[in-house]
Design a protein. Structure first.
Lengths: 489, 441
């Protein structure tokens, strides 16, 4: 394919246009009446391109991308499962796309019913009382959930509880969300197998603790078997348990967070419930809570009256608002379509098959990659680089070499527990044949590392670009076309 | 086991279990305490085929009513070009993750670079990030940027003329994070600028946030504000409608340090409130305090121009609790939406959109005022959104409109109605609206 490297600004030609609008028949230029001091001086420099220019340009850009539809995407902790096409179709339906968020409830019953029923479905799947679907993403859900935690203590007059316990293996968003929520982070140590060290936890549990944030299975893909003891300890100390739903996928069909003692959780609809990641968003991060926390959920709330009509309301006890309207509604539609497609029986296979796939890869590759923790994992697991590191081939090298073979790389250098972490999550939507191909390529890369290490270190060699200068990019940031032109001049 | 999203046949499962060395899939869950294993039924219906699912959504959709929209309040019924959804459905875009592997993500990285460039052009600011969740959370993050940029100051002033929904979110974020928020009162529909010096004089103000246009659609005059704020060693943030910035004085021209707002006006479908996007742009001196993803241009080993995620040392996955924000994603696909929209419209198209909306809004306002039953609530310049006051029963009017398939203006209480007119509305629709509004019951 011809190499295409233009910016949309660079194919702009003065006088060309990509739009047509109706003629203005109001008979008066009201814009000209606005005082000049309130109007823009210098015009914005925006592209002037035809419709076909735009279509070709972005089609060309799409060809430089790799998505789940392109190939296997074993990115640990991201749950890159297949994004069903029917979900896209229903989300685009004009019956929903053209509904204004402030329409009278009676004219938006379909949208409100979907919101209400999706939150009920998630409640059932999570073993919690009720969800808000307003948060926009996983990290936004974490923030909202921590606000619920904080609000709970404040509402009881227990204002000293400002600390939140976070395992040292947690996703980076956990401590960052706690910071934004105004809570102080206290780290609890992990045992060598990655699970929380209960003996290290106990002395931390005093009356300044608001709660603990955990994910289970943890970031190593291992189930926290002492969860019931941890829940009891935290609850006895007056704290709440927050469940980071990033790792919820393997539990579908097997375990519900509410049944493990969690009081609050968020779900990433773009992980467990198949909505696309969109190159970084939009996602959706619904937050569910146990019964005693329901009134604290953010406004607006969607409820159902005795006659089965849906309505929008707010609660004075609520923590406040975290979104302009109802969150990323279009994303919710896709998740709901997915849940309805699988239904109550097939959804039970999601977790088990995701777990089967992960264990299959793990057991097939531990002869070439260092497996730090033995035993069954759940949806994902971590290798600590190659078994044989004598040639200096790193996890980064292996990851880049995988790109040459047409696979996306695993998550690398996370969790921080090991120097050469390589976190692999296949998801349940991948077939045995795809996993076998991946296993075969991983073995081949390990052989290359042993026999011809430079091949691996030079990788990737087949991609559109190779070894970008990231240090230079950060040292001298060029973040717009205007500054790019300036830098060239 | 097998369904169309889960491909495992019985023989696959048997072969895989054999390799793993366990007898059953349940054995992989043997470490889970028996008490927590879920043995009940999920409260979900039976799975649906695609035929049934389509029927289901068609029936559900029929419970919504598609209306002719004359309301805004943060979501505007602008024209959305046909090209955009087609390009957004390129699955190389929408099934990709955050571009962590630049070698196979140049598509995403380049459109984000283009998006940042366009936001910079529209706001006049030097640099923009890769987008935020929405305008309200972006504004709350601007408040945090202000506090983080000053050493000891922990107070932010926000105009009470900013959208009510934005203000709600800013209040929530401020309360939990521990930022002291002072709301500047309004005077005749605009920010009472005279109230600001006394607050600034207290010496504890990190920044001031004001809107354009404001919650009543008014284009406020911020002459002198930036100097006032900067003399007090504080920062000025302006929450602005990016579409309107094609014609209105930009945050940069007002002397702002940071701009933010909601990108829905860049042609995004109403979609019952989302997904839209939030944007943040700032002067380069603030760059390292800015939250969110940022894409920068660089070169690869062979000197080829390319794009990478950059300035990541600010972010949660590196800095954890010391990060500038907890934000991990952006609204990437909506940033692509905005990018394609702006590329198609260009400067002239955006000007025309504003001209049509502005002319329509003024036509509607004129017709209502000349009826003698309505008057403009404020004698101030506006673009596409405005408030009228009436002694008539607003609820009755809106009910009548609804019966005719029209979403009238937002009822602000006290006989105040807020209308928004976009380029999608026609003169005939406006005439019909006015006729219905003036009808006696």
């Amino acid at each position: 394919m011809k190499e295409y490297d233009k910016l949309i600004f660079e194919i702009s030609r003065p006088g060309r246009k990509g739009y047509e609008l109706p003629a203005d028949n109001y008979g008066h230029d009201a814009l000209a009446d606005i005082p000049a001091g309130l109007m823009r001086g210098e015009a914005a420099e925006l592209p002037e391109v035809s419709e076909l220019d735009v279509v070709r340009h972005y089609t060309n850009l799409s060809n430089k991308n790799f998505g789940v539809d392109t190939g296997f995407y074993p990115l640990g902790s991201c749950t890159m499962k297949y994004n069903p096409k029917i979900n896209e179709e229903v989300a685009a339906m004009p019956e929903f796309a053209e509904i204004h968020p402030l329409q009278e409830a009676e004219t938006a019953q379909g949208a409100l019913e979907l919101y209400y029923n999706l939150q009920q479905a998630l409640s059932s799947l999570a073993g919690l009382e009720e969800f808000t679907l307003n948060p926009y993403a996983g990290a936004h859900g974490e923030l909202t959930g921590l606000m619920v935690m904080s609000q709970y203590h404040i509402s009881r007059g227990d204002t000293r509880r400002t600390k939140v316990i976070v395992p040292d293996t947690a996703h980076g968003t956990n401590p960052a969300s706690a910071m934004v929520a105004g809570l102080e982070v206290v780290e609890v140590k992990s045992k060598p197998n990655g699970s929380i060290d209960v003996e290290d936890l106990k002395p931390l549990l005093d009356d300044t603790v608001a709660g603990i944030m955990m994910t289970n299975p943890n970031t190593l893909g291992m189930f926290e078997v002492e969860i019931l003891e941890i829940a009891k300890l935290v609850h006895d100390a007056g704290g709440l348990l927050y469940y980071d739903g990033a790792n919820f996928n393997p539990l579908l069909g097997k375990v519900r967070p509410g049944d493990m003692g969690f009081d609050i959780m968020h779900i990433n609809l773009h992980k467990t419930f198949s909505t696309p990641h969109g190159g970084g968003g939009p996602g959706s991060g619904p937050v569910g809570v146990a019964k005693h926390l329901v009134d604290l959920l953010p406004n607006p709330r969607v409820k159902k009256d005795a006659e089965g009509k849906f309505y929008v309301t707010g609660d004075d006890r609520s923590l406040g608002s975290v979104s302009t309207f109802f969150g990323n509604f279009g994303v919710m539609m896709k998740a709901y379509a997915y849940i309805l497609t699988l239904g109550r029986n097939n959804i039970r296979n999601v977790g088990p098959m995701a777990t089967l796939n992960a264990n299959y890869i793990k057991e097939s590759l531990k002869d070439a990659y260092k497996l730090p923790i033995e035993g069954p994992c759940k949806h994902e697991f971590v290798f600590d680089g190659l078994l044989d590191k004598s040639n200096g081939v790193t996890t980064l090298n292996v990851a880049k070499r995988l790109l040459d073979y047409g696979f996306h790389a695993p998550t690398i250098y996370f969790p921080l527990l090991f120097h050469e972490s390589m976190m692999i999550e296949p998801t349940e939507t991948e077939s045995k044949e795809t996993l076998d191909e991946f296993i075969d390529v991983m073995h081949r890369v390990a052989r290359e590392a042993a026999e011809d290490p430079e091949v691996v270190k030079r990788a990737p060699v087949t991609t559109a670009i190779s070894h970008p200068d990231e240090t230079g990019a950060a040292k001298n940031p060029i973040l717009s076309y205007r500054s790019l032109k300036k830098a060239k001049a | 086991m097998s369904n169309r999203f889960i491909p495992h046949t019985d023989s696959d499962i048997a072969a895989m279990l054999k390799r793993i060395g366990v007898a059953t899939v349940d054995d992989l869950y043997a470490d889970i305490p028996e008490e927590v294993v879920f043995k009940g039924e999920y409260a979900l219906p039976e799975g649906m085929s695609e035929i049934e699912l389509r029927r289901f959504f068609k029936e559900l959709g029929a419970k919504n009513r598609r209306l002719t929209v004359f309301a805004g309040g943060g979501a505007y019924d602008h024209y959305s070009p046909s090209v955009i959804p087609h390009l957004l459905e390129r699955s190389e875009f929408y099934t990709a993750y955050t571009p962590y592997q630049p070698e196979i993500s140049q598509g995403t990285l380049q459109y984000i670079f283009e998006y940042q460039s366009m936001i910079s052009e529209l706001t006049g600011m030097e640099s923009a990030n890769a987008s935020m969740y929405d305008g309200a959370t972006a504004t709350a993050e601007v408040m945090f940027m202000m506090v983080a940029s000053s050493r000891k100051k922990n107070r932010v002033l926000v105009s009470s003329t900013i959208s009510e929904r934005v203000l709600e979110v800013v209040r929530t974020y401020a309360r939990f994070h521990g930022v002291e928020l002072t709301e500047i009162p309004e005077c005749d529909g605009v920010t009472d600028l005279k109230a600001i010096p006394a607050e600034l004089a207290k010496g504890d103000v990190a920044g001031v946030i004001v809107p354009t246009p404001n919650r009543y659609g008014i284009i406020e005059d911020y002459t002198g504000l930036a100097d006032m704020v900067h003399e007090a060693k504080a920062l000025l943030g302006i929450n602005a409608d990016p579409s309107a910035l094609a014609v209105l004085r930009t945050p940069a021209e007002w002397g702002a340090d940071i701009a933010c707002g909601d990108g829905q006006t860049l042609g995004m479908p109403l979609q019952f409130g989302g997904p839209y996007l939030g944007y943040i742009a700032c002067s380069n001196s603030m760059l390292r305090k800015m939250p969110g993803r940022v894409v920068g241009a660089t070169v690869d080993a062979s000197g080829k121009r390319c794009y990478v995620l950059t300035l990541q040392a600010r972010e949660q996955h590196i800095r954890r609790q010391k990060a500038t924000s907890n934000i991990c994603s952006n609204q990437s696909l909506m940033a692509l939406y905005a990018t394609i929209y702006v590329a198609l419209m260009g400067n002239d198209g955006l000007r025309e959109v504003n001209r049509l909306s502005c002319d329509g809004a003024h036509y509607l306002a004129g017709r209502l005022v000349e009826s003698g039953k309505f008057r403009l609530a404020f004698d101030k310049p506006f673009l596409k959104e405005f408030v009228v006051k009436t002694d008539l029963d607003v609820k009755k009017i809106n009910r009548r409109l609804l019966d005719a398939g029209i979403m009238g203006g937002l009822d602000l209480g006290n006989g105040m109605i807020e209308f928004a007119v976009t380029e999608k509305r026609t003169r005939e629709e406006i005439d019909k609206l006015v006729t219905l509004m003036l009808q006696e019951d």
